[in-house]
Design a protein around this ligand. Structure first.
Ligand code: ADP
Ligand code: MG
Length: 229
């Protein structure tokens, strides 16, 4: 019954998002179309040609990224609930993101106290990839990103902190809102996915952030119980 509920929640979000996705994808396509028509001008300087082409490509990449992020969320993969080892899943996530961190000379530390969770493996990984990717993007270039977890009673707290840009209070309010992004080429879908996944695990997300100092996300998840089986 719980899985059913989570699924109908997700379906509602997927349809609500579809309109937003078409809108957000139509914009860059319209802009790209504009730049391509400009390229047809007969005596256009090479400089202008390069600028228009670069802008058109950037816009297309953004459209593509929105579709990719949306589909990562909406793809009809049925939820597969199983017992998961937090340590195993987070070391997978670290492996995925290490190249991005190294490329930007970012120190990525993951210290996990293992915990047994109940939920969908792909979703859990996706949520932590999104959180850590944001942290890495916030500290670029250089900087530190750290994830650690502690088991307390029947739940586990996973803290992800960075010493990066931080967020203004008005931006903290908007985090997780579909398409809210402050990044050039951002999609504003990553945190929405994080909130949806954490909700499906019946957990919570807490955020503390200070502009110029960094952010700290605390994800609290209930441990796997015998009744979940
Ligand atoms: P995107 O990364 O595509 O912009 P997200 O939904 O992942 O979309 O994040 C939305 C916004 O939240 C980001 O654009 C950024 O402004 C803010 N944000 C998220 N995580 C962090 C962080 N660790 N530090 C600073 N800002 C963050
Ligand atoms: Mg993101």
């Amino acid at each position: 019954v719980k899985a059913e509920l989570a699924r109908s929640d997700k379906l509602r979000t997927i349809s609500a998002l579809a309109a937003g996705v078409s809108h957000e994808v139509r914009n860059p396509i319209t802009v790209t179309r504009g730049f391509i028509s400009l390229l047809k001008q007969p005596d256009l300087s090479d400089d202008k040609k390069n600028v228009y082409t670069a802008l058109a490509l950037e816009e297309l990449d953004r459209a593509k990224q929105i579709i990719t992020d949306y589909l990562a969320f909406a793809r009809p993969s049925p939820q597969q609930l199983e017992a998961l080892h937090l340590e195993e899943e987070l070391s997978y996530v670290k492996q995925v993101l290490q190249p991005l961190a190294s490329l930007n000379q970012i120190e990525l530390t993951v210290r996990i106290e293992d915990a047994l969770l109940w939920g969908d493996r792909v979703q859990l990984r996706q949520a932590f990839i999104n959180l850590l990717k944001n942290a890495i993007e916030a500290v670029q270039p250089y900087g530190k990103v750290e994830a650690h977890s502690t088991v307390r009673g029947n739940q586990v707290c996973i803290v992800i902190q960075d010493n990066g840009a931080g967020m203004a209070p008005e931006d903290v309010q908007r985090i997780g809102e579909p398409f809210f992004t402050t990044k050039e080429g951002g999609t504003g879908l990553g945190m929405m996915v994080v909130f949806a996944v954490v909700k499906s695990f019946r957990g919570t997300v807490d955020l503390q952030s200070e502009p110029g100092r960094g952010s700290r996300f605390t994800v609290t998840l209930p441990l796997h119980k015998r009744e979940d089986l």
